[in-house]
Write a protein that binds this ligand. Structure first.
Ligand code: DGT
Ligand code: CA
Ligand code: CA
Length: 364
């Protein structure tokens, strides 16, 4: 087997860039995309922000009120609510452009994908570099979106490389450059190394990936457990054998809401579930899909998660059937429920295409 050539493609400041796309006036302003909780006011968190807003310290996950504080001096700052359906539409358009250039296409999420292109570039990193540039151009021309691409011999290094130069980056790490490229990076550049692991290494006076090579696999396993330890050992050396696996976009649709009050009362929750089903059904209908699996999700007052799902005998696109099943799942899930519930969600998966305009109306 020749050298693998793997791309990781990640759309830049994705939700915020989508907002700029439909309103180009936003491009010169700080833009924050917000997940408002239904509790009113500015309660909620920032999903993402464009690079102008990031200069002021706004980033994913911080409370909306913090972001407003940080952008106090920018009277032109814009705060918008998330519009997932619209982002999904842009994502699907961009993904279908990208897909054409892949031997194997693995959808990861709305804004990222892996491509195996080993065959079509014949293992040649010069050709790979050209192909990556072509993809960036095509996505820009056809969808008006900028993305960053990492190119290397496996998924791990490709992912690290796509993040290396952002936005609008292209980083090619050919086999002979891997050691040099990885060695100088901060340890947290390795995906899966969070704040906790990073802090442990800081205590040992380790800062860059080269420092990690001083530790043998036994020491790492003892410190972080066998799975994580071995992963870190291999990652520091750029070793990753995970294949790019064919996976298509839109494996599921979901809707989630923050309840007006924390509760475990069936009637109150059922009312919310039914409304979520209506909204979810709209998305399913718009995307011309049927679903075979239905699930519900609780985020409980202590922020722990609980899910329950079931598989139907046959795919359907019917709202009543969705509501009936979601209600049954709710009843079952509440049987041994101790905590009250803060957020409630419904999802459908095992999607298939609903073909033919004529039978759409009869199905819905
Ligand atoms: P970048 O760094 O230019 O790739 O920026 P993004 O915004 O594309 O960041 P990324 O790739 O980490 O995340 C993709 C999308 O996922 C982002 O546009 C919004 C969403 N997202 C990321 N982090 C969070 C978060 O902490 N909370 C919520 N609600 N959404 C998030
Ligand atoms: Ca991104
Ligand atoms: Ca991403």
């Amino acid at each position: 087997m020749g050298a693998r050539v793997v791309f990781h493609i990640d759309f830049d400041y994705f939700f915020a860039q989508c907002e700029e796309l439909r309103n180009p006036d936003l491009k010169s302003k700080p833009v924050c995309v917000c997940v408002y909780s239904d509790r009113g006011g500015d309660s909620g968190a920032i999903a993402t922000a464009n690079y102008i807003a990031r200069k002021f310290g706004v980033k994913s996950g911080i409370p909306i009120s913090f972001a407003k504080k940080r952008l106090e001096d920018r009277k032109d700052a814009v705060f918008l609510p998330v519009d997932f359906d619209y982002y999904l539409e842009i994502s699907e358009n961009a993904m279908s452009v990208i897909k054409e250039s892949a031997d194997i296409f693995e959808y990861v999420g709305k804004d990222e994908a892996y491509l195996d292109v080993s065959n079509r570039v014949e293992g040649d990193f010069n050709k790979a570099s050209h192909l990556a540039q072509q993809i960036k151009n095509a996505v820009r021309d056809k969808v008006k979106l900028s993305c960053s691409i990492g190119v290397s011999t496996n998924k791990l290094i490709a992912k690290i490389a796509s993040d290396f130069k952002k936005p609008d980056g292209l980083t090619v790490v050919s086999p002979e450059k891997i050691e040099e490229f990885l060695g100088q990076l901060k340890i947290r550049a390795i995906p899966g190394i969070g704040k906790k692991t990073e802090d442990r290494f800081t205590q040992m006076n380790f800062e860059i990936i080269d420092d990690l090579k001083k530790l043998d696999v036994f020491t790492l396993n003892k410190e972080f457990g066998r799975k994580h330890g071995t992963y870190i050992f291999n990652a520091a050396r750029g070793i990753d054998t995970e294949p790019v696996k064919e996976r298509d976009p839109s494996v599921q649709y979901s809707k989630i809401t923050t309840l007006k009050k924390d509760s475990k009362d069936f009637d109150f929750l059922a009312e919310n579930i039914n409304q979520l089903c209506v909204e979810l059904h709209e998305v399913v209908k718009k995307n011309n899909r049927m679903f075979k699996s239905i699930g519900i999700q609780f985020i409980q007052s202590d922020l722990t998660n609980k899910t329950k799902s079931r598989m139907l005998k046959n795919p359907t696109a019917n709202l009543e059937e969705l509501q009936k099943n979601a209600n049954q799942l709710l009843k079952e899930a509440l049987e041994d429920q101790k905590n009250t519930i803060r957020r409630l969600g419904v999802k459908v998966s095992e999607l298939s295409e609903l073909r033919g305009q004529s039978d759409i109306t009869s199905y819905f």
